[in-house]
Design a protein around this ligand. Sequence first.
Ligand code: SF4
Ligand code: SF4
Length: 472
Amino acid sequence: MEINKNSEEHHYGHNSYRDALTTVDDSGKRIWVFARKFKGKWFNRRKWVGYILFLFFISAPFIYIDGHQMLQFDFIHRKFVMFGSVFWPADFYLFVIGFIAFIIFIFLFTSILGRLWCGWACPQTIFMELIFRRIEYWIEGDAYAQRKLDNMEWNDGKVRKRGLKYFAFFVVSFLLSNIFLAYIIGSRELLKITEEPLSMHIGGLSSIVIFSGVFFFVYSYMREQVCTIICPYGRLQSVLLDSKTLIVGYDYKRGESREKWGKTRSEKAGDCIDCGQCVDVCPTGIDIRNGLQMECIHCTACIDACNSVMLKVNKQPDLIGYKSLDGIETGEKFRLNTRRKLYIALISVLLFILVLLLSTRSDVQADILRTPGLDYVMKSKDTVQNLYNVKILNKTFKNMAVELRLEDIPGHITTVGGKNISAAGEDYGEGIISVEIPKNQLQKADNPIRIGVYYNGKKLSNVKTTFMGPTI
Ligand code: SF4
Ligand code: SF4
């Protein structure tokens, strides 16, 4: 992380906060974060983005296009459905290119906009901050009441509140796990689990129980530890961010020296009144005034908290806001540097290749191999015959009976059995074909040929194979 150390040390005087986790004490024990409830412009924006994404998450497995689930990631059968198109392991190269493009996009995006993803769109943050924490506030009250409840001896009231909270957490975890499973096995299959005897769906039921347990554990216990310790993307911040990245930052030039609000404030006091509200609302328990920290998920809570304080003390907002470290230090505007230009160039090339591959992606994959152990046969004095085994993978949802035609060379193809080879939607079809080519068209013993795969007169694929003939 290219941080302007001079300015940091000049201002903060020490970097010891980087040596310890704010949620772990000296003895290694977890310090529980009781984040204060807050309101504000940024929270409202984030809330709407989060609710729209959440709505999409819970509804996508129940939206069907042409009778097929809009999004399904069926790892069990290695079948992936996206917006009406089905992808198979044969399309793995598209995933690899798409994945590389996505990783580079993440690098670019993060180097420009920091952890915007974490604060605004990551399911972990959306579920934690917009669902589970809201339930917690509703049952246990704000941070002060939660801390008080936590510190008190067990009594009826504490058992009731904690019991209700964990029950609600488990119900939500159970619902989320059902949605999650619908992405894998399909929502229709999921509904069957509720309609048919459970003994018929032991596997699905076990998955729901395991997913529910994992969600419950994450949101009732792990919480911010997922973002600050476990998530690999969070760990990557130190290499992705630099001093020009837009981050949630504290304008120390304006804020320092911080002094409490009151009559004793000196002439040189900065705008920060050291009220600690920005720390109180932070879901990862950090003090943003210490500078950029890996624990910051850019949730904007501290911006809202500080803005409400600035409003009360009649000062300009955005003492904490979206800023770059260079911007705070020098007032310099954001510019694209060489690294970012390189990222943009790379991602443009990868996206172009991806779009090209997607647009030219065939609806079928055909494998045509000469029948093992068989040599060519002279059908007549002038005609040579080879037999081939054909395997057609139908990547679409509709049934297909494909026609095979010889390309670039005279001759003809007949299917053993007389009918075109059929492949049901999302399935394979197999057959044997006889290819006959006039002897005078063959140049050598091993002749490269191309066979076109047609459906309803439209060519879907070209397959290269070889045709054996007599040595001239
Ligand atoms: S420092 Fe501010 S933006 Fe970062 S996690 Fe804490 S409250 Fe959210
Ligand atoms: S909320 Fe603002 S004024 Fe209060 S301590 Fe944080 S930065 Fe200073």
